[in-house]
Design a protein around this ligand. Sequence first.
Ligand SMILES: Nc1nc2c(c(=O)[nH]1)N[C@H]1C(S)=C(S)[C@@H](COP(=O)(O)OP(=O)(O)OC[C@H]3O[C@@H](n4cnc5c(=O)[nH]c(N)nc54)[C@H](O)[C@@H]3O)O[C@H]1N2
Ligand SMILES: Nc1nc2c(c(=O)[nH]1)N[C@H]1C(S)=C(S)[C@@H](COP(=O)(O)OP(=O)(O)OC[C@H]3O[C@@H](n4cnc5c(=O)[nH]c(N)nc54)[C@H](O)[C@@H]3O)O[C@H]1N2
Ligand SMILES: [Mo]
Length: 777
Amino acid sequence: MASKPPADDPAQDAPRTAPPQHAAAGIPAVRHSLTIAQRQMGAARTARTLLKVNQKNGFDCPGCAWPEGEHRHIAEFCENGAKAVAEEATLRRVTPAFFAAHPLSDLATRSGYWLGQQGRITQPVLLERGDTPGGDGHYHPVTWEKAFEIIAEELRALDSPDEALFYTSGRTANETAFLLQLFAREFGTNNLPDCSNMCHESSGTALAETIGIGKGSVSLEDIHHADLIIVAGQNPGTNHPRMLSALEKAKAAGAKIISVNPLPEAGLERFKNPQTARSALKGTALTDLFLQIRIGGDQALFRLLNKLILDTPGAVDQAFIDEHTHGYDAFAKAAGEADWDETLTATGLTREDIEEAHRMVLASRRTIVCWAMGLTQHKHSVPTIREVVNFLLLRGNIGRPGAGVCPVRGHSNVQGDRTMGIFERPAPEFLDALDREFAITSPRHHGHDVVRSIEAMRDGDAKVLFAMGGNFVAATPDTHVTEAAIRTTRLTVHVSTKLNRSHAVTGARALILPTLGRTDRDEQASGKQIVTVEDSMGMVHASRGNLPPASTHLLSEPAIVARMARAVLGTTSRTPWEDFEKDYATIRDRIARVVPGFENYNARVARPGGFALPHAPRDERRFPTTTGKANFTDAPVEHPRVPAGRLLLQTLRSHDQYNTTIYGLDDRYRGIHDGRRVVLVNPQDARELGLADGSLTDIVSEWKDGVDRRAPGFRVVHYPTARGCAAAYYPETNVLVPLGATADASNTPASKSVIVRFEPADGAPEVPVPPAATPDQ
Ligand SMILES: Nc1nc2c(c(=O)[nH]1)N[C@H]1C(S)=C(S)[C@@H](COP(=O)(O)OP(=O)(O)OC[C@H]3O[C@@H](n4cnc5c(=O)[nH]c(N)nc54)[C@H](O)[C@@H]3O)O[C@H]1N2
Ligand SMILES: Nc1nc2c(c(=O)[nH]1)N[C@H]1C(S)=C(S)[C@@H](COP(=O)(O)OP(=O)(O)OC[C@H]3O[C@@H](n4cnc5c(=O)[nH]c(N)nc54)[C@H](O)[C@@H]3O)O[C@H]1N2
Ligand SMILES: [Mo]
């Protein structure tokens, strides 16, 4: 069977709803992913490709950063991994004829879904906007040589290297990431924003400060051996499906699970493992206690749990605290003041819920806390995650088997990119090592993160945006502000596999540089190449693509960076860019000399399964913080305060999307079908606000700058979310997230706590809305 042509742009977003499901995966998941895969790549290629996902001689799944276990099934099967692979291995192609038929003015009217469904881009293309001299507003094929010349011309024309921005999305492999940051620093800037700035930056910030390293401290083995796993602010059934197998295994060994979430997520209720016949039918109940928390209530919850632990004789691990921690007294004093009433208001939980959680915490000798975006994308995310660390430190739950912190990363190599130096605030020791190795002088002043990059473009301080993957326009907040900012630039460059909204919102000139994906074979002068990635638990391993590239005109990502560097830096650079392109092993040799933990990189990554990076707190209970100990902290408890008549909106993922890549219009587990413009509201709140189930509404966000940001035309769905809370999909709702509404200390957009009101959509009957009061956020 051949692949099917893409569906037309769904002009009509017409969602249907069914009751939410209570179990994830199982046989329907296999069926669903095979349907999507065959539509994209036909039956034979589907079979050939899916058998290679996460196998020891195959490619790393581009789906998520959850680690692979030691014992891989022949089809280590994951519905959403399969969809991610199919999306990339599609047989559909975007050729020059496509661009001839679709000028920028047309692309700009298309949805991200439609753009993505057109297939893999086959040739580099250049656009001179219609409003530029000689520009006709079409992308035209361009040679690679000419493309790099244009980049060089625009970069050299800048008044300062800091007028350039080099964005990285987390699918980028280690070798590319290392080359890109080296190039940026040799060019003279630390402007290396990345998707992590919008993702786990709050985790990195909180963990670096408290335990001395911004990464999780547990391995897969630890998950299997925990007594208690708390999953807070994460929807693994959709976003990290392979995590469900680990949770199932932990449960079989006697673990208890507490889920902390405003939504009852099906994947956390029950998992039907398609790998085993018994589990596939009946499934395993995962959650023992569901804490249906209000959005933003987690810091208050953990603070009160900490007080309850402190009040229980013998519950704290005094020996660990004395030997390994700092700041205990100030923390204990602050936690002692935790207040039941305030906590019940902040969390929306009952006293019985919290007392039950407390009993489960005391019964556990080995506790792990896992979290994702539900904890990282709030104004007070950093103090929230610090409070989670306090909670674990109290009972000595860091640095011993079966216990620890587990921030579950998103993109498959987002953690590795940071390890490779993609960071706008690099450590001086990292730059020193880089400078020594390459005889360069890296700039020491900090660069821009994502939000500051947008501000810099808006203010005329940045004129070139280069993006290694991702979808900058759609993933970032305040869509209209961001789009206007990007349109002021002189040049936008996107290294991409597929079309997305970022190609339709351009600088005066725009380049799309098509590249190989994870599944594609990568042949260079020295032969077939591998690339390497680091998973969420600090395991580094190789990835080998095995499909013929989507077109003969594609360059690999390392080749693109190497050639750009040669074009821009010219003979002034003593870096052997050409050798790097020919043989990626030579890049890894350099990484081994610059980045701690990568000694003997090539040999160690050649071993099946790869190797583990060192992690001082996990391996030796050593905490490389400024105090030399694990730091307790005592920030005041915060929680969002929402004025009457408003709800707190979180912007999240459906089951049929990978960030801004939309696979389909269903969110099966939540019972939403054929549409994405829906807003989930608690039925009682909906009644009070006069929002009938199925009615059409505009969502308007309110922030202290007084600007009303509007997302028009959403269907109200009465849904069992926590009181006072609402949920709608990203990226459609990014228009509502103010650019300035970010997390303290990490500057991550607060995409999970947006204060909104509802106004009847055009043509819908009038619904009374109470007068505005000034939100205090
Ligand atoms: N299939 C698929 N896989 C993916 C992705 C994808 O889009 N699709 N994206 C990848 C990326 S980059 C990332 S970062 C991860 C994202 O993985 P997740 O963080 O699981 O993704 P979200 O959909 O943003 O879900 C956030 C969860 O937090 C809950 N939540 C929201 N606010 C709060 C709160 O205040 N407190 C608590 N306790 N819970 C809250 C929501 O109800 C939801 O269950 O997944 C990665 N994997
Ligand atoms: N409102 C709101 N906003 C959010 C979030 C949220 O929860 N709510 N989540 C945030 C999070 S956690 C993240 S990580 C960011 C994600 O931000 P990004 O990483 O920027 O976005 P993606 O949608 O993952 O990028 C998809 C694009 O990557 C390109 N691509 C895919 N594979 C490859 C490849 O192998 N190489 C190259 N060069 N390109 C490739 C394709 O062209 C595709 O269109 O979004 C953030 N934005
Ligand atoms: Mo992410």
